[in-house]
Design a binder for this molecule. Structure first.
Ligand code: SF4
Length: 336
């Protein structure tokens, strides 16, 4: 085990990525709080510090509406099965523009406009076009539902630079969306020239390492450039409240293995919600969030789980990253 561990970690340190079998080996054989655990975390940290030139990044997100959403992802606070519909909510156009402008003025890298998948596409597109008109030079990260090719084209033409989409763990079992549909959307995003952001999510104690590696394998092949890990939050009164959450150490281990598995393919690496340990395990991308949040039962996540820009910056600095404040697209072009 020791020789194999040393071989895999030495290979990973080069930033060349890992095979699925090597990622599975690390997940299965590295015990939390062991000597190997510390070596694994340090290796992922070193790959990110070198690959990202010691810079961390702060991006922003505006959650523009909440549930109930018919896609019924059991882990999501907005799903019909978890949401009683008593507090259905959508920000006004003015609120969305104002929030986006505030984030832009703070200097965030991009602004994610997040809605439930049940919002009409035309409405989501209209909001995106409005924000692009009203908030000069804002780089937009789309986060809606599954996209037909013509919808991906429309978002690209509206000025979206990035799109977030994930093949979730137990997609089609814990959600009412097929794996095929999710994968098709991710392909459509890159086909039209948007940059694809994704995430290993929502990780809970019930997921096996085999299914985690299977999901990572699909996403690596889809040219994901902005990757993340997200642990499932046991929001009150949801299908998964009783199942609980993974520990911070397990979350850091999964973040480190994900970081090493993707290697130089990544332009950033995030962990939601970030912990100090994850920021020492390869994560360098933080999000300051306002508005609605599927991991939060507060209507304004800035009053709940959402982090402020200052908190994000302090976390990056504490983990040894400088907060990047230059031109983000130039940075990504130089890193390709
Ligand atoms: S995760 Fe997205 S698609 Fe699933 S229920 Fe929540 S809002 Fe709907």
């Amino acid at each position: 085990m020791k020789d194999r561990f040393n071989y895999v970690v030495d290979k990973a340190r080069e930033g060349l990525g890992l095979s699925e079998e090597e990622a599975l080996f690390l997940l299965k054989n590295v015990a939390l709080e062991s000597e190997e655990f510390k070596i694994l975390i340090d290796a992922a940290d070193a790959v990110s510090k070198k690959g990202f030139n010691n810079f961390g990044e702060i991006h922003g997100q505006v959650g523009i509406n909440n549930g109930p959403c018919s896609k019924n992802c059991k882990f999501c606070f907005f799903a019909e099965v978890n949401h009683d519909g008593s507090s259905t909510y959508q920000l006004t156009d003015k609120e969305i523009i104002d929030q986006t402008q505030v984030l832009k003025d703070m200097g965030v890298g991009s602004i994610s406009l997040m809605s439930t998948a049940d919002m009409k596409f035309e409405e989501y597109l209209r909001i995106g076009q409005l924000v692009r008109t009203e908030v000069e030079d804002a780089l937009l990260f789309g986060n809606w539902g599954d996209l037909e090719l013509k919808e991906a084209v429309a978002l690209k033409e509206a000025g979206f630079t990035f799109y977030y989409h994930a093949l979730r763990l137990r997609e089609g079992i814990d959600t009412e969306i097929t794996r095929r549909k999710r994968i098709e959307t991710m392909k459509n995003v890159t086909k039209v020239g948007m940059l694809l952001g994704s995430c290993l999510e929502p990780i809970g104690p019930e997921h096996t390492y085999e299914e985690i590696v299977d999901t990572l394998g699909v996403m690596k092949d889809l040219d994901v450039r902005f990757m993340a890990t997200m642990k499932r939050i046991a929001t009150p009164n949801s299908c998964y409240t009783q199942v609980g959450e993974i520990s911070n150490e397990e979350f850091a281990k999964l973040t480190a293995v994900t970081r090493l598995y993707f290697g130089k393919q990544l332009l950033t690496m995030a962990a939601h919600e970030p912990t100090e340990l994850c920021l020492c395990a390869g994560a360098n991308f933080l999000i300051t969030e306002v508005g609605t949040n599927p991991r939060d039962d507060k209507e304004q996540t800035e009053l709940g789980r959402g982090l402020s820009y200052k908190q994000c910056e302090a976390m990056l600095n504490a983990a040894g990253y400088q907060n990047y404040k230059g031109d983000f697209l130039t940075r990504y072009n130089e890193m390709q």
